[in-house]
Design a protein around this ligand. Structure first.
Ligand SMILES: [Zn+2]
Length: 175
């Protein structure tokens, strides 16, 4: 990483709950950005929030995107750290002209408890948008090889970035 403003793309699993490991990894990237002479670190993430705890009404400390956002906005930093959120538009209309495009066949799903239907490809389009926005480095907080994170990693490499541009922090949930 080098340059005045660095863009760190972060991707990860919604079930990720190791906040300490995530913070350590993010601190290390910030340190590297400082050493590279950067004055600003833009942290790109997908804005996936965990489901609210129905008892407390609060968001639990889970979901890599959510934890990255808390790290960026709540903790003190040596340089300016700014989150750039690319939230997936799950409940928006399907997009046959998007990338990846929606097929003509019915493919929307409905969450069991919800009722509003969503397009499962919205997450892929969000990943594409994050990668297209550009990055100096990417880090994945990958739990149980979740498919959304795998898709984002694929898109980074297909966009022409090198595996050296990507750091994968992988965990398996305890059984
Ligand atoms: Zn669709």
């Amino acid at each position: 990483m080098s340059g005045d403003v660095l863009r760190l793309l972060t991707t990860g699993s919604r079930g990720w709950d190791d906040a300490n490991l995530l913070r350590d990894v993010m601190n290390q990237f910030e340190l590297e950005a400082v050493m590279a002479g950067a004055s600003k670190l833009i942290v790109v993430h997908g804005g996936a929030k965990p489901r609210r705890d129905p008892n407390t009404g609060r968001f639990p400390a889970r979901s890599a995107d959510h934890l990255v956002h808390l790290w960026a906005t709540l903790l003190p930093h040596e340089i300016e750290v700014v989150p750039e959120v690319h939230a997936a538009r799950w409940t928006a209309a399907c997009d046959p002209g998007g990338y990846p495009p929606c097929p003509r066949e019915p493919h929307r799903k409905t969450r069991p408890a919800g009722g509003r239907s969503y397009c499962p490809l919205a997450g892929h389009r969000r990943n594409e948008e994050m990668v297209a926005a550009g990055l100096d480095h990417a880090v994945a907080f990958w739990l149980d090889r979740s498919t959304g994170t795998a898709d984002c990693l694929d898109r980074i490499l297909k966009a022409g970035y090198s595996p050296d541009d990507v750091t994968v922090v992988e965990q398996r949930s305890a059984r």
